[in-house]
Write a protein that binds this ligand. Structure first.
Ligand code: PA5
Length: 442
């Protein structure tokens, strides 16, 4: 369950602001439910939860099982919505220091492609999300001798960063393996785009379809996110059904925290607070922040409106951005993202001589320290003029993470309608591409 503690944001608003806005929030919510708002032909991200496709989940689990059996590394090529969701969930739900199949080099006489430890998930690596040749070259050098499978993820099939990486990786795979096509999975449009054309020639091992009515930043619950997440050894079904449950709850609850979150951001934006920092204390959640950043930035940031979304990881960033947060321009709001249960903790030991003077915290856990830091930061930032709220979710586990991602998807749809923009398009993204293509002589 997701809870929103919003007193430290509401205290910056007039008493009746929220009540006055509420009919508009309800109207926006109805427009999402009834598909009557701008861009409503792109609401497929809700349909796939309202009518779950268990056969697809089974298929994805079967492919993931093959990857766990045969791959040391799953290399995912994609950018933006075709990469941030999978990365967010995998970062959140896998150990900081994980043993992967590729950590055990196969013995010389092991059959090609068979990892020594068949239970260890492949390492999921990402590429195709920037234009660094150095990164790609180092990555490929590092992959030598490993059993690599590729999942190229691109709805359009034409995104330059991803398409170029795929070209380079394909050449490399041709040198490495007898049958590179059998190690290649494409996730793309049902029939359009270059990946479909390549599939006709190369007959890749597997193709997954991104539904027409699901945009990139809303696609984490399609094969775009589900396959890499399952391959990483995460319980993809619990993740998916966590989102299903949030979709059912939020759709049926007019007072849900998702609406208060959208409404408070809107009211604060109208009061000149035009930057929102999503603050996490658990480093594992930083990539969820990067996913959220795209979701909100691309959905709201158009026609001269929207809050600029940024992510901060505390306490690390309190030692770099803390000064600005406390005393810089007062156009900031802050949303703390806190699990009710920490993913693990350790107890601070007592020492006989107390040489470092820290025995005053001996016996407490690192979680206790995190919570003191969170509480203290929220209070200090309130006093410093930063409206803030706290989103609490049960724990960093597949179901609650699925729930959380849907919460944000629904909230941003409502928020876009409050701002009077189409939350499902991204016309501004094309401008840099046009300029870049001109310079490359396309
Ligand atoms: O949200 C979006 O639509 C974008 O971030 C796209 O996902 C991104 O540009 C990649 O596009 P494509 O999947 O067509 O390669």
């Amino acid at each position: 369950m997701i809870r929103l503690d919003d007193e430290r944001a509401r205290s910056f608003l007039a008493d009746d602001d929220l009540n006055t806005l509420w009919p508009n929030v309800q109207e926006a919510h109805e427009a999402v439910l009834n598909k009557t708002g701008a861009g409503s032909d792109m609401l497929g991200w809700r349909d796939l939860l309202l009518d779950p496709d268990d056969a697809l989940l089974e298929d994805i689990e079967a492919t993931a099982a093959r990857l766990r059996r045969d791959a040391d590394v799953l290399l995912c090529l994609g950018i933006g919505g075709s990469y941030l969701g999978a990365r967010a969930v995998i970062s959140a739900l896998t150990p900081y220091l994980q043993t992967h199949a590729s950590d055990h080099s196969p013995s010389d006489d092991a059959p090609e492609g068979l990892s020594v430890d068949p239970t260890a998930p492949p390492e999921v690596r990402f590429a195709g999300h920037h234009t660094s040749g150095a990164y790609l070259a180092e990555l490929l050098a590092n992959l030598e001798g490993k059993s690599v499978f590729v999942n190229v993820i691109s709805k359009s099939g034409t995104t330059l960063e991803t398409a170029l990486s795929f070209r380079v990786v394909r050449e490399w795979m041709q040198d490495q393996y007898d049958n590179p096509s059998d190690r290649t999975i494409i996730t793309t449009d049902s029939d359009q785009g270059a990946l479909n054309a390549l599939h006709e020639t190369h007959d890749f091992y597997k193709k997954y379809v991104i539904p027409d009515d699901v945009g990139g930043r809303f696609s984490v619950l399609t094969p775009v996110g589900l396959l890499p997440i399952a391959a990483a050894g995460i319980d993809v079904r619990s993740f998916f059904y966590g989102a299903v449950s949030a979709c059912e709850t939020i759709s049926a609850d007019d007072e849900h925290a998702a609406f208060r979150y959208a409404a408070l951001r809107y009211l604060l934006l109208n009061d000149g607070y035009d930057v929102e920092a999503l603050a996490v204390f658990e480093p594992k959640l930083q990539d969820v922040g990067r996913w959220w950043q795209q979701l909100f930035g691309e959905s709201e940031g158009k026609e001269g409106t929207g809050l600029f979304p940024t992510v901060v990881q505390y306490t690390t960033d309190l030692h770099s951005l803390g000064q600005y947060m406390q005393q810089g321009q007062r156009n900031l709001i802050e949303t703390f993202l806190m699990p009710e249960t920490d993913p693990g903790s350790l107890t601070i030991p007592e020492t006989a001589d107390d040489g470092d003077g820290l025995n005053y915290v001996a016996g407490k856990t690192m979680s206790d320290v995190t919570h003191a830091a969170y509480d203290g930061t929220a209070q200090a930032h309130t006093d410093g003029g930063v409206p803030n709220m706290t989103l609490r979710f049960d724990e960093i586990a597949p179901g609650p993470i699925g729930e959380l991602l849907y919460f944000f998807e629904h909230a941003v749809a409502v928020s876009g309608y409050l701002l009077n923009v189409n939350p499902f398009n991204q016309p501004g993204v094309e401008d840099y591409k046009r300029e870049m293509y001109d310079r490359l002589g396309r």
